[in-house]
Design a protein around this ligand. Sequence first.
Ligand code: ADP
Ligand code: MG
Length: 704
Amino acid sequence: MNSCASSDNLDTLPVTVLKGVGPRMAERLQRLGICTLQDVLFHLPARYEDRTRVVPMGSVRPGDHVVVQGEVDLAEVRYGRRRSLLVRISDGTGALTLRFFHFNASQQAGFSRGAGIRCYGEVRAGAATAEMIHPEYRIVDPEAPAPVEEHLTPVYPATGGVHQLTLRSLTEQALQYLGAAAETTALQLTDWLPAKLVAPFRMTSLPAALRYVHRPPPNAPVDQLLEGRHPAQQRLAFEELLAHHLSLRRLRLRAQHARAPALSGNQGLVDRFVAALPFELTGAQHRVNSEIRNDLAQAHPMARLVQGDVGCGKTVVAACAALSCVGAGYQAVLMAPTELLAEQHFRNFRAWLTPLGIHVAWHTGKTRGKERTQVLEAIRDGSAAVAVGTHALFQEEVEFARLGLVIIDEQHRFGVHQRLALRDKGRAGDSRPHQLVMTATPIPRTLAMTIYADLDTSLIDELPPGRLPVKTVVISQQRREEVMQRVRTACTAGQQAYWVCTLIEESDALQCQAAEKTAAFLAENLPDVRIGLVHGRLKPAVKETLMAAFTAGTIDLLVATTVIEVGVDVPNATLMIVENPERLGLAQLHQLRGRVGRGQGQSNCVLLYQPPLSATARERLAVLRDSNDGFEIARRDMELRGPGEVLGTRQTGAMVFHIADLLRDESLLAAVEKVARQLLATHPENVTPLIRRWLGDAVDYGEV
Ligand code: ADP
Ligand code: MG
């Protein structure tokens, strides 16, 4: 078999050497990014099917993929909207219904009462019993049961036009090229991880790991493998995480070689601003301020992430950075993901900076006509030293006179690619602006190192003094009346409150409708409370007027959709009601709740759920009731929903893993970081091929 291989190795040997790969198949494979034997070997199973054991019907749950075996109790054809054959089988522990929409007479005859059936398929909830739709099945003799499969069956990722059986055959052949462990005639697959670097981690060898994951041996620990925790899988997950990490890290190295204006010197503006604030900066704010100031003074672009729990005071830190920049004679721009948040920032910045003689421009996609012309002109001629707005600020027609600093708030709302693309905005020759990104989604440090490997990180780990943790209770909708009275009591006593309506539908229109209905209902039942309604479909001017009224205290109760999740800042608001909190993620709820507890008094949050609540939902809400710590909450949220959900698919969307899982493999990340550093120092030539192996040519963050 190896004869046709010349001196080449598997990294470059084309897939056409395999049996069954003619020009047409080669083309299809190429579309999947499979050109070489290496690509075949790294096309890893997405999951495994466990056909190695027969599962009692009494223990199956919807969603399981299992083998069951039993006797036919009943087979009948149903004539409903669609003709179907229903076969009821049982095994003494329970019963299951098999449902076929396509069947012929001989198939039907096979299901005679008492016949033994073994089948494999996905279990679904059914009317009377659990069901399997079109399972794979065969008739068996219950007295002499046929053996089950010895190996777990690998299932390869969905593949346009390339059959699972083909992929199994290709991997089988490629594994033969790779050879048995001790075979010296086998072809090489380059191991880009020098033995010396990975020796301390005692990992499975690369060929052994590949062999194992493609063809787990009969005695493989099934549960471990299904969970992706087997050492062979961990070896590959490690390498994959390393490739992603290196890709981002290389980007950071490149940035360090790029040039940026050194924004140093005049701190006068910053000092005047800080002196005028009605409060002292916290120690953490001071520390982060000086980290940023230090970066800005360098002649290469800052790339820094400021992480800090909701309410820790990131906006003030952003303003200080902007003022350092303006003081050095450059423009700063602040971008926020939603209009409401951008508006809030604009109002703050305008109030803070106007007394210092700085003109703050406001720009969104909705800025039109004469105003738009004026704003763009002020940004172009530099008379607006600071611009605040939405991502509209990064469109072509927005030109800056001398952009020195880009600040992005709530960075988790933007994708990795978007963030990277923004680095090029304001490029002048080979000089780029500095970049500061801020996020309130607190993620564990090791995770941050992977997702933000191209950034330096600062942490504001201290809340302003005197803040009391928000007290949270979980209450059923059945007690809505009671909750409304609580709102009345608070509002008539001069406090303010939020009533947040959630709706599972993504539709903006439906969300707003729900909020409108709630607002009307509350207005009817709480006639002595002044109620305002804010949602995503209001005109910006209306929204601004409403928010200003709420800030000024002429509205007591603000009924809102989740648009207020970020950015609303009214310290006198001390009560929040969240309807149907079970529909939201924990991190999002924590963000919402962060709208109260901003003043000196005790704040409260009522999670008004719709019964019945599932056990998991109850558990999730309890996490929120028991903790005010964003890190702890994010960690539990990721355990319950996975990092992709929590961080936003757009953010992790650029990080599609074949085998790694950020949360499950978190324990590997420290080692990944270490090996990445060493590899760059001692074997920089290995970095590109390693990235290519895992990310392909297309998705190299470094090329964005
Ligand atoms: P976040 O980090 O969630 O963006 P903000 O920047 O909106 O938080 O700040 C929350 C509130 O805390 C604002 O009202 C802000 O003025 C206030 N604040 C910020 N820093 C301090 C401080 N050092 N002492 C007291 N209040 C502060
Ligand atoms: Mg903020």
